[in-house]
Design a protein around this ligand. Structure first.
Ligand code: ADP
Ligand code: ADP
Length: 231
């Protein structure tokens, strides 16, 4: 994915808010990239632009040879269905559905049949250690367990890119480590691109690269040395 001269300006009445200013960033396939910055620095705006949820005021975003800022709403929805997974801070599970049903959701959007959906959802739930919680509803699970369901849902359709917005924002430090190991482990295993947005420097160390955002600008980009010793 390549972002060229991206700016995003919000207008509130006569006032202009420059959320992002001339961002240039290339994220190679399979990279685990952390967007790190304080509240209001422009992280969520950047994620929303990369995921095709918002359009830039200026500049282009190229993914798989396509400029997504030029795509129609319909094509963008298809793009998200087929290439993108999301992990949210507040899990965003549907409360009336079981873990298996929540994880199956992205596959319903893609028209995958029920038997295959269930098989794949169960496989992913086993991978995140929830094989004994398949029929549990969100309110019968801890925050950490709910986020594991959220991770299983994000990965179930084997998307090429997974966006995680403060994925550990509601978790204690022990659960944070477990969740980060899980999410980065699955992404690495399948060579999926993982883009994590956070204000927490402690989770940035799980990434290959840290992009520091300050007041809508890239302050610096740092490579990290991962636990496996990879650069
Ligand atoms: P972060 O995710 O780092 O907290 P955001 O991307 O949410 O930062 O916000 C960056 C700036 O853009 C902030 O000043 C915020 O108030 C502003 N902003 C974000 N979204 C909107 C919006 N929809 N309308 C107006 N201003 C917005
Ligand atoms: P919008 O809010 O822009 O209308 P939708 O909610 O209609 O977007 O979702 C569009 C696509 O994005 C869905 O078909 C789905 O594939 C993907 N998507 C949205 N939310 C999630 C989610 N929680 N988990 C996985 N994919 C999601």
């Amino acid at each position: 994915m390549k972002l060229t001269d991206i700016s995003k300006i919000y207008r509130i009445g006569t006032e202009k808010v420059v959320a992002l200013e001339n961002i240039n960033l290339e994220i190679p396939k399979g990279e685990i990239c952390c967007i790190l910055g304080t509240s209001g620095s422009g992280k969520s705006t950047l994620l929303n632009l990369m995921a095709g949820l918002e359009r830039p005021t200026k500049g282009n975003i190229k993914i798989k040879g396509k400029n997504i800022e030029r795509m129609s709403e319909n094509s963008l929805a298809k793009f998200r269905q087929n290439y993108v997974g999301f992990v949210f801070q507040s899990y965003n599970l549907l409360p009336a559905l079981t873990a298996v049903e929540n994880v199956s959701l992205p596959l319903i959007f893609r028209g995958v049949g029920k038997k295959t959906r269930n098989e794949r959802a169960k496989k992913l739930l086993a991978q995140v250690g929830l094989e004994k919680h398949l029929k549990h509803k969100p309110n019968q699970m801890s925050g950490g367990q709910q986020q594991r369901v959220g991770i299983a849902r994000a990965f179930v359709g084997k998307p090429e890119i997974i966006f995680a917005d403060e994925p550990t924002g509601n978790l204690d430090s022990k659960t944070t480590i477990e969740v980060m190991k899980l999410i980065t482990g699955i992404a690495r295993e399948n060579n999926q691109t993982l883009i994590i947005v956070t204000h927490d420097v402690n989770i940035a160390k799980y990434a290959d690269r840290i992009v520091y955002i300050l007041d809508g600008n890239i302050e610096k980009i740092e490579k990290t040395v991962s636990a496996e010793g990879e650069i």
